[in-house]
Structure formats: C-alpha cells, structure tokens
Design a protein around this ligand. Structure first.
Ligand code: COA
Length: 378
C-alpha cells in the first residue's frame, strides 16, 4: 500500500487507469496470461461443473463454501425477497416499451430502492442485509422488464425453483428443459465475479462515499450497459446473426480484419489468452444450439472465432465471454436486447462482494486530474 509521503506524483497516471492497483482483494484472482479465473480460490470450471448459482454467490460474498445448513438459509433468504414492491412494477407503465431493457430494469430498481425497509441505514450490518434482497428483487424486475418488451405482464415467482430456473420461468412464463436451465445457470456462475472491472469500480466509488449498496449496484449497471462492456454480448450476437452460413462469416471476417474492424465479443483488458469463461460455456452453447437445430449458428461462431483468433491471437485478441452468451440465450427465448441482463444479474454478486470487502475501513475514492487548460487569466 502507498500512502503519506510515498504517494505517487499526481503527474503520473495512465489514461483509463490501466495497470493502476486500487487495493487488495480476497474475492477473485484473474490470470490474464494463462486464462485462469478463481473465486475465493476455486476455479470457475470446477464451480460451473459442481455448484449452483446460490452456492457460488454465497462463496463470493461470504468467502467460504456454504455448509448444507448455510446454503439452505441463503436459499430461503433469497426466496424471501422474490416479490419486489408493486410500485416498481407499476413504474414500467411510464417507461416506453422501446427503451432498452437494461434502462427499464434500472428504473424499476430505483423505484424499488425507495421502498426498502431501511433505505437510509448505511451501517455495515444494514449493508450486509442487502445482497439477498438485491439479487432476488433484480431477478424479478429484470424478468418483468424483458416481458414488457412484448407488452406482457409480470409472472409470479415459483418458489419450487432455484434462482436460475425461477428467473427463466418469470421471464419466459414456462419452465425450460433441465439442460437449458443448467446452461443458463453455468452462464450466471462464470459471470458472477470478475475483479475490479469498470462496473465493479463504479460500484466501489459509490459505496466509498457512504452510499447504500443498492445505489452502488445501480452505478455498476450504468457502467455495464456500455458497448465496450456488458453491452457487447448483444452486439456480438447481432454480428453473427447477420450471416447465413460459416463461409459467408469467414469471407466477411477476412475483409473486416483487413479494414481493422473492432469485433464485439473479442479482446479483453485483462485476458491476452483464451477467456476461461468462453471455454466453460462453449460446450453448453454447442449442445443447446444443436438441440434447437441451429448448428449453422455454432458453425458461424467457430468460423468467426477461428479467423479472428488466428489473425489477432498473436496480439492477445481472443473471444471473450460476450461472444458466447447470446448463442446460449437466444435459443432459450430471450430477446436479443435483453442479453446484457443475465450478465448484470450475475455480476452484481461480485460488485456487492467488492463493496462489502471495501466498506469496513476503505477511504472515499476521489482521484484527481492534471489541469492542462488555459492559464489563469485574471
Ligand atoms: N477487434 C479487433 N481488434 C481489437 C479488438 C477487437 N474486438 N479489441 C482490441 N483490438 C485491437 C485494437 O484495435 C488495438 O490494436 P492496435 O494496437 O493495432 O491499435 C489493440 O487491440 C488494443 O486495443 P485497446 O482498445 O487498446 O485494448 P483494450 O485492452 O483497451 O480493450 C476492449 C479492451 C474490451 C475495450 C476491446 O478489446 C474491445 O473494444 N472489444 C470489443 C468489445 C467487447 O467485446 N467488450 C467486452 C469485453 S468483456
């Protein structure tokens, strides 16, 4: 840690804060050169294969694998908050249906936040009471926002279902087949935490001011919506959906590479090697696409991925998680503009964990800027 007289010169900075370390964390470790991502010491490949989203969210937030009793308590706490205040749903009536579902969802959460039992209580205990409520409320609100795109009413939760299955049920109005629930849950698990990326940092800045956890999550959502961040999965899918077959995708990609095109769903600030989240989700995507008779979409994806990686791999550009999630979500019936929502739903777990880890003694985050404008002319 640097402090006092060892503080760095204010003239030394990197645009985009690249390479800047803001503190220690015990939540996750990302090795961008070997492609390894661990939550609290457990690899995402193991967690995705062997755990539920509920168990992984507990691990990320609490720092340890839950015992059976702890998991049961956490699951029942999550179920307890599955019914957000009516006012949040009513607010949808005033939001144009054409508005992006992330914006609709954010609006509903803002209204819901005004109805929380203890909105102004920002003691550490009160902040720790919020994650279950935020996870479950946002799941119900996100499902309602997605249905609103088609003018459909919200669906009551089904308390027999786990977190992932219930979100799909409240979104689609039917319980999907088990393999689709499992694939969706895998996508939530591998996207549940990713260090201090831009959205997590936005949340951290807000919590550092003494604000409540809900406000921090709303800040994260705003940051995540950008095309360079969580909005990229929608753009990546739209790019792939524009091709009829793998040959067409290959021809277009070669020409686009020649023009220096920036491909959504490729490249990453941290990973300069294959993204472990992609490796975990590819088998699910291939299976789901084939089971829906959409193998051409799998072939288009692999053609595009192979062309881009063989040309740009030496520069550290590989498919990132946003290249693959849309391929999973589309056959399940999620509308394309809604693809960033499951990412948001999952990764807010990590934002909350970072906020709660920072809270006990973290100072307010307030960097400076080097003034390069006109000299004082008074
Ligand atoms: N397609 C083609 N080239 C890419 C690229 C992409 N998706 N991403 C980066 N590059 C190239 C840049 O053109 C640049 O090349 P140059 O050095 O010859 O000028 C080089 O890689 C570095 O790009 P830069 O934007 O500085 O890298 P970054 O680490 O700041 O960028 C992203 C990270 C994520 C913003 C960037 O990879 C991107 O825009 N990807 C597409 C959006 C996306 O998928 N975002 C989701 C991330 S999970």
């Amino acid at each position: 840690m640097i402090g006092g007289s060892q503080a760095p010169s204010p003239q030394t900075y990197a645009r985009g804060l690249e390479g800047l370390i803001t503190g220690d964390t015990r939540i996750s470790d990302i090795d961008g050169l070997t492609g390894r991502l661990t939550y609290r010491g457990y690899s995402i490949a193991d967690l995705e294969a062997n755990s539920s989203f509920e168990a992984v969210s507990y691990l990320i937030l609490q720092g340890e694998v839950p015992t059976a009793a702890q998991l049961e308590d956490w699951q029942s706490e999550l179920r307890r908050w599955r019914r957000p205040p009516r006012a949040a749903f009513d607010s949808l009536a005033r939001v144009p249906r054409r508005a992006h579902p992330l914006a609709q969802y954010r609006t509903m959460l803002t209204v819901a936040a005004c109805h929380t039992p203890e909105p102004e209580n920002t003691t550490l205990d009160a902040q720790w009471r919020r994650p279950a409520r935020i996870l479950s409320w946002t799941s119900a609100l996100a499902a309602a926002a997605i249905r609103h795109l088609d003018g459909l009413d919200a669906v009551e939760p089904n308390d027999e279902l786990g977190f992932a299955a219930n979100f799909l049920y409240q979104t689609l109005g039917v319980i999907p087949p088990d393999d689709e629930i499992r694939a969706f849950e895998a996508s939530l698990i591998v996207q549940a935490e990713h260090g201090l990326h831009a959205a997590a940092f936005a949340a951290l800045v807000v919590i550092s001011t003494g604000a409540d956890l809900g406000s921090a999550v709303l800040a994260g959502m705003g940051a995540l919506s950008g095309a360079r961040h969580g909005g990229a999965n929608q753009l990546a899918f739209e790019m792939m959906a524009g091709f009829e077959n793998a040959d067409q995708a290959r021809t277009w990609t070669r020409a686009a590479l020649g023009r220096g095109h920036r491909f959504p769903g490729f490249g990453h600030r941290v990973y300069k090697c294959p993204d472990p989240r992609v490796r975990a989700l590819e088998p699910h995507a291939e299976r789901i696409l084939r089971s829906h008779g959409l193998e051409h979409r799998w072939e288009i994806y692999t053609a595009l991925r192979d062309e881009i990686e063989s040309a740009l791999g030496p520069k550290g550009i590989y498919a990132n998680v946003d290249s693959i999630t849309g391929l999973l979500y589309h056959p399940m019936g999620l509308p394309v503009s809604a693809f960033p929502i499951p990412f948001c739903l999952a990764i807010q777990t990590g934002w909350m964990a970072h906020c709660l880890e920072y809270l006990p003694d973290g100072p307010m985050i307030e960097p400076g800027a080097v003034y390069v404008g006109s000299a004082d002319s008074s």
